[in-house]
Ligand binder design. Structure first.
Ligand code: ADP
Ligand code: 5GP
Length: 204
């Protein structure tokens, strides 16, 4: 059976990562989503086990100590992590596994899973990013300010990713990400011995 590969989607808060990921998952039977663990409290409309596994600080400590996380990082003041089992169980079952993680997580996943495909989503402008964060209306004003400040730092990491996609028009951007994943699958199917080889940025 084919082995799947991890697909990392990173980018500043509010750029549209979760929206794009949701769209990718709708009609792709070979793509699954890795649900992260976080100490961030749930937002309105978020469901435990679907959007995140929401845990307290002590539980997160326990997960770190027991070594079950493939990576974890502090992002905008809370801890977020990816379970090793989320990736391994799904890739072994033939699923590609999309995960929405920050740039620290992206680099850690590349280290632990050299076969991972890394996609960075950027906004058409910083003004548009701010508008999206405010229009989403899920975060307090100070939280939005922190996220906008962090965006400048995060954008500097885009060059370390295999692909950079501008989320201008949502349908277009989602189609571009979908194409990248499909092309990657086709390439790997043609050269199955390279299934587990590292992606080499810039060498397509
Ligand atoms: P992220 O997961 O990157 O933090 P979201 O997916 O929550 O971002 O998107 C932030 C907000 O921007 C949401 O309200 C979403 O509906 C909106 N959005 C996403 N993509 C676009 C787009 N291309 N054009 C306009 N609004 C968008
Ligand atoms: P949000 O609070 O908006 O859902 O996510 C905030 C940030 O945390 C985003 O940049 C998102 O990519 C990142 N994030 C979500 N899950 C994980 C994870 O498991 N690991 C890491 N390193 N970052 C994550």
């Amino acid at each position: 059976m084919r082995k799947g590969f991890p697909v990392v989607v990173s980018g500043p808060s509010g750029v549209g990562k979760s929206t794009v990921c949701r769209m990718l998952l709708v009609d792709d039977g070979v793509l699954s989503y890795s649900v992260s663990v976080t100490t961030r409290p749930p937002r309105r409309g978020e469901t435990d086990g679907v959007h995140y596994e929401f845990v307290g600080d002590e539980e997160f400590d326990r997960l770190v100590e027991s070594g079950v996380l493939a990576e974890w990082a502090v992002v905008h003041g809370f801890r977020y992590g990816t379970r090793k089992s989320s990736i391994r169980d799904l890739t072994s079952a033939g699923q590609d596994v999309v995960m929405d993680v920050d740039v620290q997580g992206g680099m850690s996943i590349r280290e632990a899973f050299p076969e991972a495909l890394l996609i960075f989503v950027v906004p058409p402008s910083s003004k548009e990013l701010e508008l999206r964060l405010r229009a989403r209306a899920t975060d307090a004003t100070d939280v939005i300010e922190t996220r906008l400040e962090n965006a400048r730092e995060e954008l500097k990491w885009s060059g370390r990713y295999d692909h950079v996609v501008v989320n201008d028009d949502l349908e277009r951007a989602a189609a571009e990400v979908r194409d990248i994943i499909v092309r990657e699958r086709e390439g790997r199917a043609r050269t199955p011995d390279q299934e587990n080889q590292a992606k080499k940025p810039g060498l397509e």
